[in-house]
Write a protein that binds this ligand. Sequence first.
Ligand code: AMP
Ligand code: MG
Length: 418
Amino acid sequence: MIKKQASCNDEFDPNSLSFEQALEKIQQSIQAIKGKKNVTIREAAGHILAEDVTSPLDVPPFVNSAMDGYAINASDIPQSGDAELKVTGKSFAGAPFNGSIKSGETIRIMTGAVVPDGADTVIMQEHAEVNGDNIKIGSEHKAKQNVRNPGDDFFTGDTIIKAGERLSPAKLGLLASVGVTEFKVIRKPVVAFFSTGDELKGVGQNLEPGDIYDSNRYILFGMLQKMGVECIDMGVVADIKEEIELTLKEAANIADLVITSGGASVGEADFIKIILDEIGEVGFWKIAMKPGKPLAFGHINDTIFFGLPGNPVSAMATFYQFVQPSLRLLEGESITAPVKLQARCISKLKKRPGRTDFQRGIMSSDENGQLVVDTTGIQGSHMLSSMAKANCFIVLKRDAGDVEPGETVEVQPFNELI
Ligand code: AMP
Ligand code: MG
């Protein structure tokens, strides 16, 4: 009988790290980029703010109306019955009323317009009866209603965005609302990537017998672009140790993080781990997850290195689970565990105990509004169509076995990266 060795098909490999251990090791070994740059508000979307921003003004900056209607003094609200008030002017957004109002008077006011001195309350126009130059109001109104006060949102000196926060459109709006248009952000990480494999052809090239098109570089390009990092596509490198080594060294010189795909396993042409051992430091290279068991992680000098598996679904899953949080940490963003939901699985799922599975699923709501998830079908890690159809991972714990229809499973909805 032949003596078998551990293989990537084994579910229990004593040399592989658990998914959680791998994630923790990666997170512990990443130092945030220090480099900062000044940007204007139009260049800032998606960057991480490098310094706290405090507000130079109160927002809202003045007492203003929340409605179209009439500004009055609350003492003019009748105890019972109606009261008649004289309309003495108007205050429009950007065109305040010059003067103040006295008891028995009101002015026409629009949403966002300054509430004049002497007024503290706004009556909605629908609740006032116009009678020539006068209006009639009832007794049901409350003092100070429909008025927005200075500092309702925040006051001068309040920190409105903290260093380490990513600048979303809402946050850009917040900065604009206080007139801050230039600030410091963390520079974007530079990411260099290439594919390895004698069989790989770039799109547009002819396929010889045994060749396939390189899909990983296009996947990586898309995902990196969505992350907003600066990416450098270094092409396809053949399975020649010296060439991979040379390209890897060049990539490590120019980038903060280097990603390769393919060649991370233990075949005759799989050089990634060997080279990383020689020119850098291997953190680990086997993870008890499916897809994506052979994943090389380490450093080349100060550059972070990920050697993703060649199978495209494995490359995507490992990018999503490991490279994505690494890039966020590299930018100094504090990261939180991804949102996981419970869903009723409507199909049978095959699963052998031993590895954490990230199966591809399609989640939706059933007729009762409950979350359900279906499999995308056969879960081959070479089958990109299953990834392209999916909108979530079905995460099955390491020790779990098959899932029967009707059982509850954990799903992790995809974000915009996939
Ligand atoms: P490897 O990790 O190099 O052993 O590759 C595992 C499988 O993934 C093989 O079937 C490769 O042909 C395939 N593969 C590797 N790199 C790519 C790529 N960039 N695009 C598509 N398939 C790939
Ligand atoms: Mg290969």
